[in-house]
Every structure is written in structure tokens, then in C-alpha cells.
Design a binder for this molecule. Structure first.
Ligand code: AMP
Ligand code: ZN
Length: 471
């Protein structure tokens, strides 16, 4: 059960030791449901699913909480711009609630099609405003907030270690304050951030709640702090997201959570690198952006995209092109064919006992537990499929075992359909079997030729003769 994970906080590989023995508290920042997820977003969710599957195969129970951001995520990271959902609602003449529920469903569809294991708890920001207000009150009581221009701000100068995750240079930030305050004149320090908005730059918006500071809505960062602590406690094991969350979103989440409780909030921070498209950046603002539905409409299976992502390590950038997705599809189909071949030969799941098979299992575990080394683990899969010492049962069993982590749906692969042959062909085969019995080789040969002309090959094996369609 020794899992090594790269902790963004320490910039090092660390042995994973959960707070509670054998049970892991995992929080992953969920989608902002104002549009479809692009395949870059999905890469991050796939990395988180892979992490969870690795913890599960390592014997841990995983308590996974993911939020749905349905309010408070503005178009700009620095508390500027419009709420993303409100903007989409006014653009498409729908209510924000319709937007949220439509894109949440679309997200679940992608999630299931990619065979990601659903979180233990999925929580919507709009259902937890009460917890957010309570957390802001706690910060207020401890002297970490100020009110300016109607909004409640978190003061980064009220703590000593702001920016430790991103290793921000606070001195440089301080000297930059004067230039930056022009962006939001209400801020004392340019890195201060909004906990509660009452003065949306766009006036009243549909999603607003009463609060001690007036009607308004929460900032995006307070959502994750309040919901994760509500479900996982004031300190928990792992928090994940994409690397873009490090400098602002996760930095602010840490600042406010630890300021409120006075203790370490999260033990391990894991971040997934970006998926890049041919322009170098994946964006939703371009007309036809890359979604799972688009890939499907071009004939790819969601498992092709899953296989494609497994081919890169989660901490490396991955460049997407249809050419490389096609390569992944060919490889994935090849794996399926080989597994089907095992089944055609009668392979079944067994309890592994032989040292050769157990060695393959432990090599795989060692690689995946080494900071989720999927390229190496995929090589282990190919090694097993091509191995000449393992039995078909051992190969099949190992494939199913590896798939607990890969999630490539190997368990849905079935034997090839039994071939059916026309009665004339079956009759000729029968006559040939009889001819062979009486050693009439000339007749047996001519029957074989007749069958060949009809498009069937006769296979003679020690256990008897059978037909196969010619390819
Ligand atoms: P959002 O729905 O915009 O909140 O994003 C969901 C997740 O996708 C976040 O964890 C982001 O960090 C992540 N993300 C955004 N763009 C990319 C990308 N190009 N590649 C990988 N992950 C991304
Ligand atoms: Zn978050």
C-alpha cells in the first residue's frame, strides 16, 4: 500500500500517509456549469479519476467530494467581469437555473461515458450558501476581512504565509500594490479577494441571497473551502485541480481556510497539467470547441480518448490532435482484439498463484503507485498481452486487474459471436469427415476444394475438423 504522490506544496514526491488510517478524504474542484466541458477540462477529471482508482486498488476507502460551481465564478480571476452563468443565461435567453441544470446533466453524461467513478458526494454551490456565510463570519470574527465598496474582502496581509502553494513573492506583490489598485480601487492589496459580493458590476443578478452584509452572492473560492470542510472536516488528505488553479483559486482557498481554522487544511495538493490543442491553448470561446460529443461525432469512442490520456503522464502537457487520437484508437482496439482472442480461447478469471503472474501484478502496482505512471503501466499491459510464459487465464485476469485503474471497460469485452454456416457447407464438412474416416483422401480433397470455392476454409486439428469463413 505504498503510494508516492507529487505534492505541489513541497514540489516533491512524498509517500502518501492519510490522516485516518485506510480512509482518504479527497476533494476535487468540479466544473463551472455554464457551457459544455472541453476535452481539456475532461483530462483533469480523468486524472482525478485515475488517482481515485489508484487509491482504491491500493486498499484505501475513498471519500470523494466534488462541487458543482453554479454561481460566483466570474469571467476574470481577479474578481472582475461577469458571473459566467449569468452571462450565458442572458446570451441565450434562458434562466441561470436552466443553464446550470442543462450543463450539469451534460457534464454527468461525459463523466459516465468516460467511465469515471462518480464521487461519493457531489455538492452544488447554490445549496451551500449557508455554510459559506458561516465561514465568512468566522473569518470576520478573526479579523481577516474588511468591507469596501459593499463587498466583503479577504485581507491577505492578515496572514503570514499567503501564496505558499504558488510560492508567490509577497514583497514583489506589496510593491506592486500601488499600480494594481486601479483594477479594483476597493482592494487594499491587489491580491485581496472577494468573499461576498453585494455590488455586482452588472447590478442585480438572478442568483442572490440575504446575508449579514446585504443581498449578494459568494465569491468562487469560498465555495470550495466551505463545502470541502462541511463534508470532509477542517483537515483532509488530498485536494486536486488543474494547474491553472494554483496561483489564484487554490492559493485563496488555502488562505481563507487556514485563517478560519488556524490549522493545516490539506495535506497533499495534486495538479494536472494542461491539454493543449494545435493553437497551444484549449478554449471555449472559439466557435466549435473540442468536446467529447464532437469526438464521438467523428467516430471515436470515449474509451479512445481515455486511452489517449493514459498515454501521457498527468504532470506533463499533452498535445491533442486527431492524428494522435487515431493512433490511440488503433492501439485501444488492438488491446480489445487481443483480449477477445483470449476469451475466444476460453480464458476465464482465476486467482493468480504462479510467481510469473504475481510479478506482473506487482510491477504494475509499483508503476501506478509511483505518482500514477500511466505510460509505464500501459507498457505493462502490452507486456502481459504479448507474454509467452503466462497462461491465457493469467493474462485475462491481469488485464481485468489493470483495468480497475485504467477504466477502459475490459469487462465489457465478450467472445466473438459463434460463426454460423449454411447447411450445404455443414453437409459437405460432414461428408469430408466420413471420407477421412474411411481414408478416401481423394474425396476428402475434392470436398475441401468445393468448400473453398464456397468461401470456407477447413481447419483440421487433433480434436477434429471445423469450418472458418475465408477472410
Ligand atoms: P472549469 O469548469 O472551467 O471550472 O474547469 C474545470 C477544470 O478543468 C479545472 O480543474 C481546470 O483547472 C481544468 N482545465 C481548464 N483548462 C484545461 C486544459 N486545457 N487542460 C486540462 N485541464 C484544464
Ligand atoms: Zn475549487
Amino acid at each position: 500500500m505504498s503510494v508516492l504522490l507529487y505534492n505541489t506544496m513541497s514540489r516533491q514526491l512524498e509517500p502518501f500517509l492519510p490522516i485516518k488510517e485506510s480512509e482518504v478524504g479527497l476533494y476535487t474542484c468540479g466544473p463551472t456549469v455554464y457551457n459544455y466541458a472541453h476535452i481539456g477540462n475532461l483530462r483533469t477529471f480523468l486524472f482525478e479519476d485515475l488517482l481515485k482508482r489508484t487509491l482504491l486498488i491500493s486498499g484505501y476507502k475513498v471519500n470523494h467530494v466534488m462541487n458543482i460551481t453554479d454561481v460566483g465564478h466570474l469571467t476574470g480571476d481577479g474578481d472582475d467581469g461577469e458571473d459566467k452563468l449569468e452571462k450565458m443565461a442572458s446570451k441565450t435567453n434562458r434562466t441561470v437555473w436552466e443553464i446550470a441544470s442543462y450543463y450539469t446533466e451534460a457534464f454527468y453524461k461525459d463523466y459516465d461515458e468516460l467511465n469515471m467513478i462518480r464521487p461519493t458526494i457531489v455538492c452544488k454551490a447554490t445549496d451551500h450558501v449557508e455554510q459559506m456565510i458561516a465561514l465568512i463570519k468566522r473569518l470576520e470574527e478573526r479579523g481577516h476581512t474588511y468591507i469596501s465598496g459593499g463587498n466583503v474582502y479577504f485581507s491577505i496581509d492578515s496572514i503570514d504565509d499567503y501564496g505558499k502553494l504558488a510560492r508567490l513573492d509577497l514583497e514583489a506583490l506589496r510593491t506592486a500594490v500601488r499600480d494594481d489598485v486601479e483594477v479594483d480601487g476597493n482592494k487594499k492589496n491587489s491580491k485581496d479577494f472577494v468573499l461576498w459580493f453585494t455590488k455586482s458590476k452588472h447590478g442585480e443578478q438572478a442568483m442572490m441571497w440575504p446575508s449579514p452584509w446585504g443581498r449578494g452572492f459568494p465569491g468562487w473560492h469560498i465555495e470550495c473551502s466551505a463545502m470541502s470542510m462541511h463534508y470532509l472536516g477542517e483537515s483532509f488528505d488530498i485536494h486536486c485541480g488543474g494547474i491553472d488553479a494554483i496561483p489564484v483559486h487554490h492559493t485563496n482557498e488555502i488562505a481563507q481556510s487556514e485563517a478560519a481554522t488556524g490549522k493545516q487544511w490539506v495535506k497533499y495538493w495534486l495538479h494536472g497539467e494542461f491539454l493543449l490543442d494545435e493553437t497551444g491553448k484549449m478554449s471555449k470561446s472559439k466557435g466549435e470547441f473540442l468536446t467529447l460529443s464532437l469526438l464521438k461525432s467523428k467516430g471515436y469512442d470515449p474509451m479512445d480518448y481515455r486511452y489517449f490520456c493514459l498515454g501521457g503522464h498527468y504532470r506533463s502537457q499533452l498535445k491533442f490532435s486527431f492524428e494522435s487520437l487515431t493512433t490511440a484508437r488503433t492501439a485501444r482496439r488492438n488491446v480489445y482484439d487481443r483480449i477477445q482472442n483470449l476469451l475466444n480461447q476460453g480464458a476465464k478469471k482465476i486467482a493468480l498463484q504462479r510467481s510469473e503472474a504475481l510479478a506482473c501484478q506487482s510491477a504494475f502496482l509499483e508503476h501506478i503507485q509511483n505518482d500514477l505512471n500511466t505510460p509505464r503501466s500501459l507498457a505493462d499491459l502490452w507486456g502481459v498481452l504479448k507474454d509467452e510464459v503466462l497462461s491465457i487465464d493469467e493474462k485475462y485476469t491481469l488485464c481485468l486487474y489493470f483495468d480497475q485503474v485504467f477504466g477502459l471497460r475490459f469487462d465489457t469485452i465478450t467472445k466473438a459471436e459463434e460463426q454460423t454456416f449454411p447447411p450445404e457447407a455443414v453437409e459437405l464438412l460432414q461428408q469430408r469427415i466420413e471420407a477421412k474416416k474411411v481414408k478416401n483422401w481423394a474425396l476428402a480433397d475434392s470436398l475441401r476444394s468445393e468448400l473453398d470455392a464456397m468461401g470456407y476454409v477447413v481447419k483440421d486439428t487433433p480434436s477434429g475438423s471445423s469450418l472458418e469463413k475465408k477472410m
